[in-house]
Design a protein around this ligand. Structure first.
Ligand code: GSH
Length: 326
């Protein structure tokens, strides 16, 4: 996300970075019926849908985690953009980890958006889910894509598992707003602020949220107790990027995640799930942020640290089950 993609600044939000809403909101549903928004006609099928991601992008990362948890790799192929976002946005310029676009042979991600019949508003974000059958974009809203992956492919042999279970929906929904506002997007609002006041408000909000989460995760293994849910996916994607990118590049530097006992152990706990580990690409994370925002870091030099060891023991196996403190 570049600051130029922010909505217009007004006196009321002076210096504050504002993320745009997503433009494509159709849903894959088990029977192809219309979802909560958008058009009908997107029934699940093997290899019908194609996912475009950046390994650096936390929103795309959520969808990769659900795809992995639900064993959807053989059903939903993926293309991966170059970690560097240049003046023309994301590209498939060859580089480490880049997986080219087999459908449109696109050079820029915006070429994929332009191939959709809907008028393109000039803003090509990841993730984006493409429908090969109808030749159009299903969705570019990660929160919706996560929910589709959670349940729409169950009849096609997806790995069993419900990460948005009915009995926890109220709790998960209640966490969604604060997690997004104060943490997932909060780090960007700190990093892309163009006034001291806007930066400080966002950065302080980030650490208030981390402090609260540290308390919550000191006595329970996951955000909703002893069951891993979609809420944990939302938190993880920001925590795994925090010390490598947000602490330095976005000036969220009151503390590191590594300074929080419970939060850092929780991050290792989730990272050590094989289905999650294979979605984490720290090289993309670090290179993307430091190389893609010349107004924040004109040299584009990627720092040598910090040293991170997400494989260290986390000791959280019994937490939440017996209410043991760390
Ligand atoms: N609402 C979207 C937000 C996605 C988003 O902002 N992605 C950023 C990358 S982290 C992006 O692709 N930005 C492209 C740009 O700013 O040109 C979602 O959650 O899916």
């Amino acid at each position: 996300m570049s600051p130029s993609s922010a909505d217009e600044q007004t006196p009321a939000n002076a210096g504050r970075f504002v993320r745009r809403g997503s433009q494509y909101r159709n849903w894959i549903t088990p029977d192809g019926a219309r979802g909560p928004t958008g058009d009908a006609g997107f029934a699940p099928a093997r290899q019908r849908f194609h996912l475009y991601v950046s390994y650096a992008c936390p929103w795309a990362h959520r969808t990769l985690i659900l795809r992995s948890l639900k064993g959807l790799e053989p059903l939903i192929p993926v293309s991966v953009v170059n970690w560097k976002m240049g003046p023309s946005g994301w590209s498939f310029e060859p580089g480490p980890g880049v997986v080219p676009d087999p459908i449109h042979r696109a050079h820029l991600l915006s070429d994929v958006y332009r191939a959709d019949p809907q008028a393109f508003d000039g803003h090509a974000t990841t993730p984006v889910l493409w429908d090969r059958l109808r030749g159009r974009i299903v969705s570019n809203e990660s929160a919706d894509i996560v929910r589709m992956f959670n349940s729409a492919f169950d009849a096609l042999g997806a790995t069993p598992g419900d990460y948005y279970p009915a009995e926890l929906r109220e709790q998960i929904d209640a966490l969604e707003g604060p997690l997004y506002e104060r943490l997932n997007d909060g780090v960007y609002r700190a990093g892309f602020a163009t006034s001291q006041a806007a930066y400080e408000a966002a950065a302080r909000g980030v650490f208030q949220m981390l402090d609260e989460l540290e308390l919550r995760l000191s006595t329970q293994r996951y955000l909703c107790g002893d069951r891993f849910t979609e809420a944990d996916v939302r938190l993880f994607v920001t925590l795994i990027r925090f010390d490598a990118a947000y602490h330095g590049h976005f000036k969220c530097n009151l503390r590191r995640v590594g300074d929080y006992a419970a939060l850092s152990a929780y991050t290792r706990d989730l990272y050590q799930m094989p289905t999650i580990r294979r979605t984490v690409h720290l090289d993309h994370i670090q290179h993307h942020y430091y190389e893609s925002h010349p107004h924040l870091d004109p040299t584009g030099i990627v720092p040598i640290g910090p040293q991170l060891d997400f494989d260290a023991p986390h000791g959280r196996e019994t937490l939440g089950l017996r209410g043991v403190e760390l």
